[in-house]
Write a protein that binds this ligand. Structure first.
Ligand code: KG4
Ligand code: ZN
Length: 341
């Protein structure tokens, strides 16, 4: 048995706990998602999120330990997300991790959630360095040049909304009650419309390596208003029975986001032409249409594309445990004074 790391993730609306073994890889990966709790509010409510974290952190961790057939005593390190995220949610995981570390006299390592996503591609693949990482989730969208474990340079990031947020907000805009989980329903609707670009929404500019998605959402809003499908005064989608329009909006949005990703990746490859591979991580990487588009893109550029399996795209404890593992090998420990941010 190699170094045994417990990874705890509570940065937003998922409670994740996982056990990573330095020799065998992921032994257990347990998760509780609060998606249903927030659905009726159309977005994550921080107060509800932190209370749910408190309720679930113990059972989810117990489940991970049980399925790995180990006890707290067997662990070498507790890795925990300490930033960025909702303060109330982060505090639950951090205090829980500190309590275990204190009571069982274990080492603790604070992990940046974004670093968790960046290295999530290693959980089920051997990814070569250097590579370009595209992280796209509900809270973040960024491009990194990754040269080693714990070594990454930011190439560009969103200046406003995240890509996943664009899916979530447009889902809400077209009357779909899916809140923070808008991405999968947008994908389903887009498939019905054949992934065709009906409305050619704006792609942004090559002048910067940063992303911007709030303009895209606004462009879609005005297009719907022009089509008589949205009432700005009541903030209401009027064409709820027009499923064809919903599908066409979803389809155009998906094609547009895939185009934006390709454009930014091509810019990144102009700066770092020697990158050996591209990784696509974060909740949006669950999207099969974008995965297919990016694998075609990678082939055109003669690069390998790595995408984590679905369970490691969205927030999870395994990616936190893995970063904890390589930090432990480098002796990069935290102490019990570890704070959020
Ligand atoms: O990584 P994640 O669980 O949370 C953050 O760290 O933000 O990502 C959640 C995001 C949501 O915005 C959700 O709509 C999006 O990932 N998502 C998808 C798909 N599945 C989840 N977006 C597009 N297509 C999907 N199939
Ligand atoms: Zn995340």
């Amino acid at each position: 048995m190699g170094l045994l790391v417990l990874g705890i993730e509570t940065s937003c609306d998922e409670t994740g706990a996982a056990v990573y073994d330095g020799d065998k890889g992921v032994l257990a990966n347990s998760l509780y998602s609060q998606l249903e709790l927030h659905k009726q509010f159309g977005g994550v409510v921080p107060e509800i999120a932190s209370r749910s974290q408190l309720e679930k952190i113990n059972p989810v961790t117990q489940e991970a330990l049980n399925s790995a057939s180990i006890s707290l005593n067997d662990l070498d390190v507790i890795a925990v997300t300490y930033k960025p995220g909702l303060p109330g949610s982060l505090l639950v995981g951090l205090c829980f991790a500190k309590a275990i570390a204190y009571a069982k006299n274990k080492k603790i390592i604070g992990v940046n959630h974004l670093e968790g996503h960046i290295f999530s591609s290693f959980l089920d693949n051997e990814v070569p360095f250097p590579h370009i990482c595209l992280t796209a989730s509900g809270g973040h969208t960024a491009l990194y040049y990754v040269t080693g474990f714990g070594q990454s340079t930011l190439i560009g990031q969103t200046v406003d909304d995240a890509a996943g947020e664009a899916f979530d907000k447009v889902a809400k805009l077209i009357g779909l009650p899916h809140g923070a989980g808008g991405g999968p329903i947008i994908e389903q609707l887009a498939q019905k419309a054949g992934f065709v670009d009906y409305f050619y929404y704006p792609r942004g500019t090559r002048k910067t390596t940063d992303f911007s998605f709030s303009g895209l959402k606004t462009a879609i809003l005005y297009d719907l208003v022009n089509k008589g499908a949205y009432d700005m005064g009541q903030k209401k989608f009027l064409a709820v029975t027009d499923h064809v329009l919903q599908e066409q909006v979803a389809s155009s949005l998906l094609v547009c986001v895939a185009d934006i990703f390709e454009m930014k990746l091509s810019q990144a490859l102009e700066i770092y032409p020697h990158a050996e591979a591209i990784t696509f991580v974060g909740g949006v990487a669950r999207n099969s249409y974008i995965r297919t588009r990016l694998s075609q893109f990678a082939r055109r550029y003669n690069k390998l594309l790595f995408v984590p399996s679905a369970q490691y795209c969205t927030d999870n404890g395994a990616m936190i445990a893995f970063v904890g593992y390589f930090k432990a090998l480098k002796n990069e420990y935290s102490d019990l004074a570890l704070d959020i941010y």
